[in-house]
Design a protein around this ligand. Structure first.
Ligand code: SAH
Length: 353
């Protein structure tokens, strides 16, 4: 028997549900408060009678996802949650405790259809889009862990135990699921008070989706996964480039950035011996020269099935130096949680950690 997911109920539906169980009217408010806080089960709802908690456990669940595994990185700063959805698909969510706040990396799809040559998330193809609630529940799951679990150390520099940043950079292509993405972000902004400026959406460059975000007009950060400055190489690495070419993607992305006033983020994975040469750095500089953007260099993280190598330390710094010399803003992304398979591009449906 499939259980009812109370998180998906409206207030009215929840009230009716509890009334049918013979509960007084005020119960709905109590349960709803717990659901908003991301309660993982009914047992934690200590202000409900034991018998009701038991009864609810038999017929219902709280969130539309359930933690099946929780992995902590060795430095204690990164937690990866493996979450099972009600149709048994498994997704991954990553919580990163940083000096500037607590950031959650959210998955937008189970699996991914994009077929990028360097990424683990796409190996088994796309299973399905996630609902807005399934995305929101990932944030609440991280928030619950931050606030509650005694195994969680508060961050030294940042004492607030709330999620402060959201990055939609987990499994999946968010702009293939734009409607649900927008619904999710509206809710995160409204219910959790996470400001638009602390939300980042990363895309491989789906132009209609970028246009939709521009029309939506919320001042979130947009990140474009570029990874190559010339079309032939990008098409080799990312099949989506056969459909949407570099210049068109950047035009759409800069239009978003002009409308929202947010600086565009360009992500560039460095793949050893492929796109980390001096020429590639010069090509990228020429492409972005004079544009309002920040380049994030991401040294490739190992994915066993992919026949690729990470760049050398020298190549990383050489690449960065060339961009700087050419007046491009650039940062090297610090990888988090590579030891638990939670770094960029390592998230997948079937956990292998
Ligand atoms: N589909 C979206 C969201 C995924 S974001 C997108 O393409 O942007 C995940 C980021 O990690 C992307 O920039 C992606 O290109 C990058 N990435 C994928 N595999 C990686 C790997 N093995 N090492 C480092 N970064 C990787």
């Amino acid at each position: 028997m499939t259980k009812d997911i109370l998180f998906n109920f409206t207030d009215v539906q929840l009230a009716q549900y509890l009334e049918k169980m013979g509960q007084p009217k005020f119960r709905a408010k109590q349960v709803s408060e717990w659901l908003k806080r991301g309660a993982p089960n009914f047992q934690v709802m200590k202000n409900l009678p034991e018998s009701l908690r038991k009864q609810l456990d038999e017929t219902a669940t709280t969130l539309p996802c359930e933690i099946v595994q929780k992995l902590e990185s060795s430095d204690g700063q990164t937690t990866k949650f493996l979450l099972k959805l009600n149709d048994n698909e498994v997704i991954e969510t990553v919580l990163m405790r940083t000096t500037y706040g607590n950031s959650v990396c959210v998955s937008s799809q189970a699996g991914c259809a994009m077929g990028c040559k360097f990424c683990a998330s796409t190996l088994l193809g796309l299973k399905r889009n996630l609902t807005a609630n399934e995305m929101f529940a990932q944030v609440l799951t991280a928030q619950w862990a931050l606030r509650g679990g005694s195994d969680m150390k508060p961050n030294g520099d940042f004492n607030n135990n709330d999620v402060s940043h959201i990055v939609v950079m987990g499994t999946g292509e968010p702009l293939q699921n734009t409607e649900n993405l927008k619904g999710f972000l509206e809710r995160a902004n409204h219910d959790l008070n996470i400001s638009w400026r602390r939300i980042t959406v990363s895309t491989c460059g789906i132009i209609p989706g970028i246009i939709e975000l521009t029309e939506w007009g919320r001042p979130i950060n947009l990140a474009i996964s570029l990874h190559a400055a010339l079309d032939p190489m990008r098409s080799d690495l990312m099949p989506i480039n056969n459909r949407y070419k570099i210049n068109e993607v950047l035009d759409a992305a800069f239009a978003f950035s002009n409308k929202t006033g947010r600086q565009l983020m360009i992500e560039y994975i460095l793949l050893g011996g492929i796109n980390d040469s001096i020429k590639c750095a010069e090509d990228l500089s020429a492409l972005l020269c004079g544009k309002n953007c920040m380049v994030n260099l991401i040294p490739w993280n190992a994915v066993a099935e992919r026949n690729l190598i990470a760049p050398s330390g020298n190549a990383i710094h050489r690449f960065q130096d060339i961009l700087i010399k050419n007046g491009i803003h650039v940062r090297i992304r610090r990888e988090r949680g590579a030891d638990i398979g939670s770094a960029c591009g390592q998230l997948r449906i079937k956990n292998s950690a």
